[in-house]
Design a protein around this ligand. Structure first.
Ligand code: ADP
Length: 288
C-alpha cells in the first residue's frame, strides 16, 4: 500500500520521553515495550503490539556505523556531545515514523478503514525516546503540514519527564558498555553481561551475551563529552518543559514514591511502577 494511504488510515499517538542523557530513557522504553507486548498478547491481537519505539540517537548511531551519507554528516558532531541540526533530525524522524508504521500496519486494507471499531484498532503508538530536544522539534511533531500526530486531537501526544539526580546520571554513564554492531547496552551495576563478575576490571574482556564479541564504551560516554552533553541538555530542557507545560501535556516522574527501589539503585524500575499506575498515562494508552 502506498505511504499516503497508510497515513490516512492509521492515526498516531506519541509518548515523548524527556530526560537527561543516561537518565534511563532507553531502559524505561524497554520496560514499556515488554508491557505493551504482554497487553497485546492478552487481548489476542496476534500478540502484536501497536507500539513502536524510536530512539533517534540509535538511528543516528546505526547510520554512523554503516557509513551512510547521514552518518558521515553527523558522526564527528555526535562525538562532541552537541545536538544534530533540526532539519536533519526532522527528515530522519519522518522517514523512521513512516517505516515503523508500514512495518506494524502493512496488512491494513482500505475497506476495513470504514468500520469505526477497525479505525480504533489502527492507532499507532509511538514511544519517542530522546525526541524532541528543542522547541522547534516539538512544534514539528504537531504541525498540521507534517501530520505525524493529529494536532486537533488533544490526546494525540503526551510528554513524560524523567527526573533523575545528576550524580546518579554520571555514575550510570560511567558503567555503561555497548555492543557496537547491535547497539545492545549493558550497565555493570544493574545489567552486566553474563560473563562478567564484579571482581574483574571492566576493561578486561567484557563480551556481548549473544555474540561473544567485545563490548566498548560509547564514544560520547567519555567524561569530557558527558559534561558537554549534560550542558546541552540543561540549555534546551527548560524551554521544552515550558512548552509542554503550557499545553498541559507534561507528567513528571522521579521514582520517589517507591523509595525502597530507589534505595536499591533501581530508580528506573521505580519510575516504571509509577508510570503503570498513572491514570493519565493509562487513559493515553487506551486499549493498548
Ligand atoms: P543521550 O540521550 O544519552 O544523549 P542519545 O542516544 O539519545 O543519547 O543521543 C546521542 C546523540 O545523538 C546526542 O548527543 C545528539 O548528538 C544526537 N541526537 C539524538 N537525538 C537528537 C535530537 N532529537 N536532536 C538533535 N540531536 C539528537
Amino acid at each position: 500500500m502506498c505511504v499516503g494511504t497508510l497515513s490516512s488510515l492509521v492515526r498516531t499517538r506519541a509518548l515523548v520521553l524527556l530526560g537527561a542523557p543516561g537518565g534511563g530513557k532507553g531502559t524505561i522504553s524497554k520496560h514499556i515495550l515488554k508491557w505493551s507486548g504482554k497487553q497485546a498478547h492478552f487481548q489476542g491481537d496476534n500478540a502484536r503490539s501497536r507500539l513502536s519505539h524510536l530512539s533517534i540517537g540509535d538511528v543516528l548511531r546505526s547510520n554512523v556505523e554503516r557509513g551512510t551519507p547521514l552518518g558521515q554528516q553527523v558522526g564527528e558532531l555526535m562525538k562532541t556531545g552537541a545536538l544534530v541540526n533540526d532539519s536533519l533530525i526532522l527528515n530522519c524522524l519522518s522517514d523512521e515514523v513512516m517505516r515503523l508504521k508500514a512495518e506494524k500496519f502493512q496488512d491494513v486494507g482500505e475497506s476495513s478503514a470504514k468500520a469505526k471499531e477497525e479505525q480504533e484498532k489502527h492507532m499507532h503508538y509511538l514511544l519517542l525516546d530522546g525526541f524532541p530536544r528543542t522547541v522547534p522539534q516539538a512544534e514539528f511533531l504537531v504541525s498540521p503540514e507534517v501530520g505525524i500526530v493529529d494536532a486537533q486531537d488533544s490526546s494525540s501526544q503526551l510528554a513524560v519527564q524523567l527526573d533523575v539526580p545528576v550524580e546518579e546520571i554520571v555514575e550510570r554513564i560511567s558503567s555503561r558498555w555497548i555492543h557496537r554492531p547491535t547497539g545492545r547496552t549493558y550497565n555493570l551495576q544493574y545489567n552486566p553481561p553474563r560473563a562478567w563478575s564484579a571482581e574483574r576490571d571492566p576493561k578486561d574482556g567484557l563480551v556481548d551475551d549473544e555474540t561473544g564479541e567485545p563490548l566498548e564504551r560509547r564514544p560520547d560516554d567519555e567524561p569530557e563529552v558527558v559534561d558537554a552533553r549534560l550542558r546541552t541538555y540543561v540549555e534546551n530542557q527548560q524551554p521544552l518543559l515550558e512548552f509542554f507545560t503550557s499545553q498541559d501535556r507534561l507528567i513528571r516522574f522521579s521514582g520517589s514514591t517507591f523509595p525502597d527501589l530507589v534505595g536499591q539503585g533501581k530508580r528506573s524500575d521505580a519510575i516504571v511502577q509509577e508510570m503503570l499506575v498513572n491514570e493519565r498515562l493509562n487513559n493515553f494508552w487506551g486499549v493498548l
